[in-house]
Design a protein around this ligand. Structure first.
Ligand SMILES: [Zn+2]
Length: 244
């Protein structure tokens, strides 16, 4: 096995396993986020980077070896995943001296074709449980300076005009929240979920993200005073804002 097994690996499951339903019950792979294949990991991490605007359409991807190291999976798995993404139209491969693998200019349009409401709902429900659990687990124990870092993101979101920037900050808030409340391993776990959701869920409207940001503010206020139940309610209200 070439799998370097990420913290929540094994990521190098053979292809057919990918078809396993995330809604399954009584199966080791039933937990969304815990059993994605190496290919899915590559896809979801690239999708997350596009959401975080660390990669934008037209950008050249890092070399295969760099991606493999970063993700803790084999180069051949990365190569195979990139080929699949090229076939889907998410990536472009260009030959020659200035060649390489690039985020396709039509990334957003292609992603829109990949949306899967059922799978998204399942992952979204799991993400909600993760955040509720983290909030209940650490309520009253979060150092104020760590909440300030999250508060800075909320303030920035309040004034962000650019929809892309707003989406980027929204994703950052949830990654930083996971890290603040659960540590760096949980941040990686949240990144798995959020990256996959980037490919499965329609991009939220700016008005919706702003409504969600009011839930962020409420959550931080309640966490600050150690009020567990209201903090959990703010996490749930955040999800309801998405469901409309
Ligand atoms: Zn949010």
């Amino acid at each position: 096995m070439v799998n370097a097994a990420g913290k929540f690996g094994p990521y190098n499951q053979p292809g057919p396993e990918r078809a396993a339903s995330v809604t399954g019950v009584g199966h080791a792979r039933a937990l969304p986020g815990s059993g994605q294949s190496g290919s899915e990991l590559v896809r979801s991490r690239i999708a997350l980077r596009v959401r975080l605007a660390t990669l934008i359409p037209g950008d050249r991807l890092p070399d295969v070896g760099v991606l493999a190291d970063e993700l803790g999976i084999s180069e051949i798995t990365v190569r195979r995943a990139l080929e699949g993404m090229c076939q889907d139209g998410l990536l472009d491969r260009r030959r020659g001296r200035a060649g390489g693998t690039f985020i396709a200019p039509g990334w957003d349009a292609v992603v829109a074709l990949l949306h899967n409401e059922e799978e998204a709902a399942s992952l979204d429900a799991f993400h909600l449980l993760l955040e509720c659990g983290l909030v209940a687990h650490s309520s009253g124990e979060v150092p104020p300076e760590q909440l300030e870092r999250l508060q800075a993101l909320v303030t920035e979101m309040d004034v962000a005009e650019d929809p892309t920037r707003l989406l980027e900050l929204e994703a950052r808030f949830h990654l930083d929240l996971a890290e603040t409340l659960g540590g760096s391993g949980i941040r990686e776990f949240a990144a798995d979920l959020l990256g996959r959701l980037c490919l499965l869920q329609p991009v939220p409207e700016p008005a919706m993200v702003r409504a969600q940001n009011r839930c962020h503010a409420e959550l931080l206020a309640e966490l600050g005073r150690g009020a567990t139940d209201p903090a959990v309610r703010a996490v749930k209200a955040h999800q309801r804002a998405r469901l409309g």
